[in-house]
Design a protein. Structure first.
Length: 103
C-alpha cells in the first residue's frame, strides 16, 4: 500500500514539475537581436525612401516586443520580434529591388 502511494506521489510530482518547466520561457534574446540587425540592414539599403511602410511596421513591432520584454511576457515579445524581422526583411527586399530598378 505504501509503495502505491509513493509511486502516485512521485508521478504527481513529476507531472507538476513538467508543467512548471513548460510554463517557463526564456527571453527572446536572439529574436530581438535578429530584428534589430534586419532593421539596420533595411535602413542601410534605403528602406526609409523605398519601403517606408514596411520599415515603420518593423520598428513598431520591435517597440512592441521591447514593451512585452520589459513586462516579462516573453511569448508575445518573441512573436513581435519575429514579425519585426520579417517586416524589416520585406523592406530590405523592396529597397534592393527599387535600387536595382533605378540602375
Amino acid at each position: 500500500m505504501l509503495a502505491s502511494r509513493t509511486r502516485f506521489f512521485l508521478r504527481a510530482t513529476l507531472f507538476v514539475a513538467l508543467l512548471v518547466m513548460a510554463g517557463c520561457q526564456s527571453m527572446p534574446v536572439q529574436e530581438m537581436s535578429d530584428a534589430r540587425q534586419a532593421i539596420t540592414a533595411a535602413k542601410d539599403a534605403g528602406a526609409a525612401e523605398y519601403a517606408a511602410d514596411d520599415l515603420d511596421a518593423a520598428e513598431s513591432y520591435l517597440e512592441s516586443a521591447q514593451k512585452y520584454l520589459k513586462a516579462r511576457n516573453y511569448a508575445i515579445a518573441r512573436r513581435d520580434a519575429v514579425e519585426a524581422k520579417t517586416k524589416a526583411l520585406d523592406a530590405l527586399r523592396r529597397s534592393e529591388a527599387a535600387t536595382e530598378a533605378e540602375k
